[in-house]
Design a protein around this ligand. Structure first.
Ligand SMILES: NC(=O)C1=CN([C@@H]2O[C@H](COP(=O)(O)OP(=O)(O)OC[C@H]3O[C@@H](n4cnc5c(N)ncnc54)[C@H](O)[C@@H]3O)[C@@H](O)[C@H]2O)C=CC1
Length: 407
């Protein structure tokens, strides 16, 4: 069975323009053939559809890069443990996927194309299964965490401290999926806002999205003593492993501050003393929800320079403007290591301007596309999402056998 990326990409291109319909057909087919799988998914499937499309696109277009494909699929396999995905589920998914591609690629469907998709899907499923099996020996599928602190820092922003039931190994800058008791099978992504701590606690910065299920539950209906579920930490916006001794610029929009604060804590813990500029932008002064803490940090570490910036309050008595504009008011950051996080438009614009001003792309770190797709824009409701877990997720270990698609 050999991979044929060219055939896969050609047939996938034929489907891309009708991807919305194809994904809807895929789930209809999957649930018709395997109704027992429906309960693993959230009630509303809109975000789920986007996630599937994003994952499929990424897999198809990285078929020529086995290294990055394999690491992405490995992470996907480990991450899917929290949903209770078993090895045999991959067969049902593979069959529905093949039926979907056959139907929507129409004239482009040949026996060669079919063989190429079977080979590609089987390879991908086996990488996911292997990664999940290996992970099962060393890490929980999910963590039950207790809320040990809950601070409402603005009417719609909470800083929440959690104590996972078992230690969680993570790297500063990573994010986790979160599920609240009120909304089973609905997972939402939040960055961990601290570097690893001796007491194993982790912090989240959450803005309640209007109409949002998980974010609203976390901000308005969660109390100290409640428990929530956390998926495994993932994400690649982490400090470079060689930790170069370069000065650092962090540009944080709103609750996009969370992973950047974790990275700054990581640098502090490392003992290095680079100059750090942290710009934190908010629409109003009242939304500078971490001001007191950041001012305290700045007072303690003189090489850390914190600059709050407000974009929507003309009377604000401090630095005003949109972050991408404000960044350009400073001297060049061309020799800095740069981290940018916040609303997608702000990130795009800031990164573009920094590159234009001479910062090499390799030194600009941002949450990868995948994280942005998993996390919803704060201006959209987080009404659905995740690939839900089964009722007894802790007993749902992947089986020992591998499956592809049945032809
Ligand atoms: N909560 C978390 O753990 C994390 C959240 N994020 C993302 O960060 C974002 C935070 O959103 P909010 O707190 O509502 O921020 P916001 O919408 O209040 O914006 C904060 C600042 O970003 C800049 N900005 C916003 N929109 C812009 C635009 N179109 N062009 C140029 N600059 C713009 C402005 O300076 C503004 O003051 C969300 O997209 C969220 O998904 C990212 C990582 C972690």
């Amino acid at each position: 069975m050999s991979l044929n990326p060219r055939l896969i990409k050609e047939s996938f291109s034929a489907i891309e323009p009708v991807m919305g319909k194809a994904v809807a057909y895929f789930y209809g087919r999957l649930f018709a053939e395997s109704p027992q799988l429906r309960c693993m998914f959230p009630p509303a499937m809109d975000v789920q559809r986007d996630r599937l499309f994003a994952a499929l696109t990424r897999i198809v277009w990285s078929l020529d890069s086995p290294g990055s494909l394999s690491s992405y699929l490995g992470q996907l396999g480990r991450d899917h443990r929290k949903y209770g995905v078993l090895a045999e589920h991959h067969t049902a998914v593979g069959n529905a996927l093949l039926a979907t591609i056959r139907r929507f690629s129409a004239d482009a469907w040949t026996t060669e194309v079919e063989a190429a998709w079977v080979a590609a899907y089987t390879t991908a499923a086996n990488i996911m299964i292997d990664a999940a099996e290996a992970d099962a020996g060393v890490s929980p599928a999910w963590w039950l965490a207790e809320v040990v602190d809950h601070e409402l820092r603005a009417p719609d922003i909470a800083v929440i401290t959690l104590l996972p039931g078992a230690p969680m190994n993570f790297v500063a800058g990573q994010h986790v999926d979160v599920q609240v008791e009120r909304w089973p099978r609905v997972w939402r992504t939040f960055s961990i806002a601290n570097a690893p701590r001796p007491d194993n606690t982790i912090r989240l910065h959450v803005r309640a999205v209007r109409g949002g299920w998980v974010s609203t539950a976390l901000v308005s209906h969660t109390r100290i003593g409640d428990t929530i579920l956390l998926g495994p930490p993932v994400g690649t916006m982490t400090p470079p492993p060689d930790d170069p001794v370069r000065d650092i610029l962090c540009v944080a929009g709103g609750t996009g501050l969370a992973p950047l604060k974790a990275i700054i804590e990581h640098v502090i813990a490392s003992g290095r003393r680079p100059n750090i500029h942290l710009l934190h932008g908010a629409r109003t002064a009242a939304e500078l929800y971490d001001l007191a803490d950041l001012v305290r940090m700045e007072g303690r570490y003189p090489w850390l320079r914190f600059m709050p910036v407000v974009s929507g309050e003309p009377a604000y008595d401090g630095m005003r403007g949109l972050l991408p504009d404000v960044v350009r008011r400073f001297h060049s950051f061309a020799d800095h290591e740069v981290y940018v996080c916040g609303p997608p438009a702000m990130v795009e614009e800031t990164v573009g301007r920094l590159q234009h001003d001479g910062v090499p792309p390799a030194r600009i770190h941002r949450d990868c596309e995948e994280a942005e797709q998993r996390r919803l824009s704060p201006r959209q409701p987080d009404t659905a999402g995740g690939y839900g877990r089964t009722d007894q997720p802790n007993t749902a270990e992947p089986g020992g056998h591998r499956r592809g698609v049945s032809r």
